[in-house]
Design a protein around this ligand. Structure first.
Ligand SMILES: Cc1cc2nc3c(=O)[nH]c(=O)nc-3n(C[C@H](O)[C@H](O)[C@H](O)COP(=O)(O)OP(=O)(O)OC[C@H]3O[C@@H](n4cnc5c(N)ncnc54)[C@H](O)[C@@H]3O)c2cc1C
Length: 520
């Protein structure tokens, strides 16, 4: 894989015109010139394709693909290394074959007998940020991904006591939304308008300007503002379309992608990055390394002891929850579900404590259900359903009990039982007899699949002191040439933020390094 060319001094012409010609030729093609010895001898090192600055990216998640594509477009020689057999990281779609005879053909002209699940992101917010990522690679997102607005409601919320679970739709139509809220509680409509106006104003200013511990709580209302103003969108064909689109666009501008390539170590010496060593022992020299894998894992497993302080600081940071996820293929369609559904517990305060074992999962926990066939007919055969349930639980660092495989099994069983009984209470239907197939993700799955520290599905938490500028920087100051991209660096977690972060990382690299080695 090494493409460095060394021209030893004996291969140089005599000093004089010939030598100068060679030097300027090398400079033009981007070679690095390093005088050594008595001044007559010159060692020329040309790294990467045609003398381009060589960048290795550790991880092919959204962050890695977006930075890789941007840098390739700028003229860098980019190699993205992904440990799994697919790029995309947490952003994935999973297809499960339907049992023979289940459901009718979908009304999609292509038809299919598959159930499709988005195992990571399911809400596509701030579509412009996705568009920007493609534009930065010189591509048009519409050539890769078709977005459809989730309508008429952004999502449906189920709440209330056992005797009367109610539902409320988060409608884009503000007037209808106010009327609906007034029916639940007098005065709630006006309060909603004030809330929305404040959130919108903050959003229009800038997502991150003014974020201090004194005014940051308002930041969380931005989510609601973007859902109701920009809308919630869905990529037709599933989130895999976003994954494949980003990968294809990055490859088109020259980035190479290697899957099943696990990086064992990021090599550095004397404060300078040198490259990476793969699990099979291969060393890949690089001028720049961008680590897209989860940052706490990078510091603790890939960088060695030189960065001990930052490594242990990250370990003791606050982490997001983990989740138990169920992907269920169902023999019937659940008519009361909307595309996005939130089920709220009847025990408000208790419900925010993260469950650590089977006994601490509430009878009626908070959970989310994704049912995308309401927007996209290619999700499952007609008359059936494909739903994903996400139930937040503790991460592995805060006592999630996995002493043995049977512990994990018990928690998953309790989670399944509580979700199903909550669905029954909410009038969705008894799905226990409808489940044709099930795929489960629990905290150890998140840890093992993507090297997420503690199996925390969303990485470092978004508390006020870990958001935007308070999140770890996109470069490691003590190792020149080492940069970061992804959910646990600035500005934060979630695909749009990771895409915004990719721009920040790219700009930093452009400021500090030339795409051709002569400028380094
Ligand atoms: C269940 C769930 C639901 C979510 N819902 C939403 C949503 O609705 N909307 C939204 O916008 N966001 C959502 N997110 C968040 C979103 O998925 C992430 O913010 C985003 O995908 C993170 O991308 P990333 O590039 O930072 O990291 P990752 O996706 O973690 O990518 C890092 C990559 O590095 C690879 N890697 C790790 N170690 C190595 C190694 N040693 N060598 C080589 N490769 C390595 C990993 O395999 C992975 O592919 C959700 C996440 C989860 C888990």
């Amino acid at each position: 894989m090494e493409s460095t060319v060394w021209l030893a001094s004996r291969s140089l012409p005599r000093p004089g015109v010939g030598c100068c010609n060679l030097l300027s030729r090398v400079r033009r093609s981007g070679g690095r010139l390093k005088p050594c010895g008595n001044g007559r001898k010159v060692v020329v090192c040309v790294s990467g394709t045609e003398g381009k600055t060589k960048v290795v990216i550790v991880g092919g998640g959204v962050g890695g693909l977006a930075v890789g594509g941007r840098l390739a477009k700028e003229g860098y020689d980019v190699h993205i290394l992904e440990k799994n057999s697919h790029v995309g990281g947490r952003l994935q779609s999973l297809e499960v074959e339907a049992a023979v005879g289940v459901g009718g053909k979908s009304d999609d002209p292509g038809g299919q007998e598959c159930f499709r699940f988005d195992t990571g992101p399911s809400l596509l917010l701030l579509p412009q940020k996705y568009r920007d990522a493609f534009t930065a690679m010189g591509e048009d997102m519409d050539d890769y991904v078709t977005l459809k607005k989730v309508e008429p409601a952004a999502y449906r919320v189920f709440f209330g006591e056992d005797e009367g679970v109610q539902s409320l739709d988060l409608l884009y139509d503000v007037q209808k939304m106010c009327l609906q809220l007034e029916q639940v509680e007098e005065g709630a409509g006006g309060a909603f308008l004030r809330f929305l106006a404040n959130a919108k104003e903050a959003l229009d200013k800038d997502l991150y300007v003014g974020l201090t511990p004194y005014n940051a709580p308002g930041v969380f209302s931005l989510l609601a503002a973007t859902e109701l103003t920009d809308g919630v969108w869905y990529p037709v064909g599933g989130f895999a379309k976003v994954r494949d689109g980003l990968a294809q666009a990055a490859q088109k501008v020259g980035a190479t992608i290697t899957t099943k390539a696990t990086v064992k170590r990021i090599d550095h010496a004397n404060g300078q990055v040198q490259g990476v060593t793969l699990e099979d022992g291969t060393f890949m020299r690089a001028n720049i390394v961008v680590a897209n894998a989860d940052l706490p894992y990078v510091y603790n497993s890939l960088l060695g002891s030189k960065v001990k302080t930052q490594a242990s600081k990250l370990l003791s940071s606050k982490y997001s929850a983990s989740v138990i996820a169920f992907q269920w293929a169902l023999s019937s369609r659940l008519e009361r579900l909307s595309h996005h559904n939130v089920f709220l517990s009847n025990c408000y305060e208790e419900s925010w404590h993260r469950a650590t074992d089977a006994s601490t999962i509430l009878e009626r926990p908070n959970f989310y259900v994704h049912a995308p066939s309401r927007t996209d007919s290619t999700v499952c055969p007609l008359g059936t359903d494909a739903i994903t349930v996400l139930l937040p639980v503790a991460h592995l660092g805060e006592g999630f009990s996995i002493g043995s495989a049977s512990d994990d099994k018990q928690i998953v069983e309790a989670a399944r039982e509580r979700v199903i009984s909550s669905l029954v209470r909410s009038g969705i239907g008894d799905i226990s007899s409808m489940i044709l197939s099930e795929v489960v993700y629990s905290p150890p799955t998140w840890q093992d699949s993507y090297n997420l520290q503690y199996g925390a599905a969303f990485g470092l938490a978004h508390n006020l002191l870990q958001l935007a500028y308070f999140r770890p920087d996109v470069a490691e100051p003590s190792i020149k040439g080492l940069y970061f991209a992804g959910a646990s660096t600035r500005p934060g977690n979630g695909v749009p933020l990771v895409l915004m972060g990719a721009k920040v990382t790219t700009n930093r690299i452009l400021e500090e390094n030339y795409p051709f080695l002569s400028g380094n």
